[in-house]
Design a protein around this ligand. Structure first.
Ligand SMILES: Cc1cc2nc3c(=O)[nH]c(=O)nc-3n(C[C@H](O)[C@H](O)[C@H](O)COP(=O)(O)O)c2cc1C
Length: 488
């Protein structure tokens, strides 16, 4: 799309904007520089002053050392986050609270032997920011804490070692879990809570200002929210399904009262998707279709989903979750959705699917608009909360035009950027300086940052970042992709 008008026309064609639309996706005519841009306005809350409205989302690189310390690639990524000019760093990337909860054998770990490594990583980011912008006084940096639950691969990139809370009729089948696979006991859950508390203490000790208790993307925290069918204190009622969250918060507050808390949520979900074999063309995977859920109704296996029609979202419990966070004095919430493992088109709208994905079943702009509209509804209901929005990368050239409009209207507090900063890390700086866009670095959602790790490689922007483009991994990735195209 060559102009803002063409972009707006496309939004209207897709039914995402128009005269009587209840929640249209709107954008400004031009991206403004600081200080005119609403994106340059600081936010104050809970004793923090955050210098602008850009947030860097957490993004793993699958590139830590086997013992969970940062590698040179990890350090480079965090350094670039610091150079970006974004003033909110939401966690850097997911850091596992124990080895068995790692999503891959190269995920960062929070443990005594990684403490100085994590401190170094944070320091790299701060130094880079200070060198570029003079001060870090208005920079807020947190650490994302995670346990990967159903998607643990701690020892071998190709081998799932799931820690599940309940048996899921579709995900068990999809990921080959036998019906007698053990579920985590209540005692094991309590010891995981202890790990979160220890990791939070460590994060506070090395200077992180907040930790995110990750509740999104199908990982353990998120799975608690959908543990309708689990017996005992951590399953069934909404109160029980949020007990893990509440007990973790209580534990951290008792151990490190000064540490701020945030939560990244999957505000809504849909049933898992799969490629439709009927629609496979020219060796590409088919278009995404929902897995058969006809024998699973009412659907009690996802959070923020209509139980009678689980391809539609339902925010009833999402509102309850935000109320629960609000009641605990947690105002900082990063709003995401779905899972990259079973419905990536919802979570990371993209034109090109990852290698284990499917062709987009909708225009990716529909996915972007869905995330923006849901976040707006949450903000309207909880104006006091500080919300970070997700899913902006696919907007490409029009990211600043949309982001600026939404922030000005107060529909979100921070605009989170994910994939875009892997290819174009200083995009926030360019926007705020009023520089012309470096179009060659705009993420075109090729999904190689996801395909790489799915094929056992480190993550990064292979098509556009020279650092990865020139690497041995890039050659391996090209040949793996070529091979799989021939075989499929
Ligand atoms: C390579 C890669 C790694 C990611 N790692 C994490 C992670 O560690 N924690 C997390 O909450 N989200 C993670 N995400 C999701 C992003 O934070 C973000 O929600 C997603 O990319 C959508 O935002 P975007 O449209 O700006 O890319 C990851 C995404 C990518 C592409």
């Amino acid at each position: 799309m060559k102009s803002v008008d063409a972009f707006r026309k496309r939004l209207r064609e897709l039914g995402l904007a128009g005269a009587n639309h209840p929640s249209p996706l709107l954008c400004d005519d031009e991206a403004l520089p600081a200080p005119q841009s609403p994106l340059s306005r600081p936010v104050q809350f809970d004793g923090f002053r955050v210098g602008n409205r850009f947030c860097i989302h957490p993004m793993e690189g699958w590139d830590a050392t086997p013992d969970g310390n940062p590698s040179e690639h990890t350090c480079r990524r965090w350094q670039r986050f610091g150079e970006s000019r974004a003033k909110l760093i939401w966690g850097g990337e997911a850091v596992a609270v124990r080895h068995e909860g790692r999503a891959n054998p190269n995920q960062l770990l929070a443990a005594s032997h990684t403490k100085s490594g994590l401190a170094r990583l944070r320091e790299k980011l701060l130094t880079a920011h200070r060198d570029c912008y003079g001060s870090t006084d208005d920079l807020l940096v947190g650490l994302q804490l995670t346990h990967s639950g159903r998607f643990c691969r701690p020892n071998d990139r190709a081998k799932l070692e799931p820690r599940i809370l309940y048996h899921h009729p579709i995900l068990d089948r999809k990921f080959g879990l036998p019906s007698d696979w053990p579920v985590l006991t209540d005692g094991e859950i309590r010891s995981i809570i202890d790990d979160y508390v220890a990791a939070a203490e460590l994060a506070a000790d090395v200077g992180f200002q907040f930790v995110d208790l990750k509740h999104c993307h199908g990982y353990l925290g998120h799975e608690f929210l959908s543990a309708f069918t689990r017996e005992g204190p951590y399953g069934g009622s909404f109160e029980n399904r949020t007990r893990f969250l509440r007990e973790t918060v209580e534990g951290i507050r008792a151990a490190v009262p000064s540490l701020a808390l945030g939560v990244r949520i999957s505000a809504f979900d849909v049933v898992p998707f799969r490629p439709d074999p009927e629609s496979s063309v020219e060796n590409a995977p088919g278009i995404g279709v929902p897995e058969d859920f006809s024998t699973c109704l009412p659907y009690h296996y996802a959070f923020g989903v209509s139980p009678d029609n689980p391809v539609e979202y339902d925010l009833t419990e999402t509102f309850m979750l935000l109320q629960c966070l609000n009641d605990m004095g947690i105002r900082l919430v990063n709003v995401s959705c779905g899972s990259p493992y079973y419905n990536p088109h919802i979570q990371r709208p993209a034109l090109f699917p990852p290698s284990d994905g499917y062709q987009p079943p909708e225009d990716p702009l529909v996915g972007v608009a869905r995330q923006i509209a849901v976040t707006r509804r949450l903000k309207e209901r909880f104006p006091n909360m500080i919300l970070v929005g997700t899913g902006y990368t696919y907007l490409q050239e029009y990211l600043p035009h949309v982001a600026q409009h939404i922030v000005r209207e107060g529909h979100v507090d921070f605009v989170g950027v994910g994939r875009m900063v892997l290819s174009y890390h200083d995009l926030p700086a360019d926007i705020l300086r009023g520089n012309a866009f470096d179009r060659k670095r705009i993420c075109r959602t090729f999904s190689d940052c996801t395909t790489g790790p799915r094929r056992g490689l480190i993550s990064g922007c292979y098509p556009l970042d020279a650092y990865y483009k020139a690497s041995e991994e890039a050659k391996t990735l090209r040949s793996l992709k070529a091979k799989s195209t021939r075989n499929e």
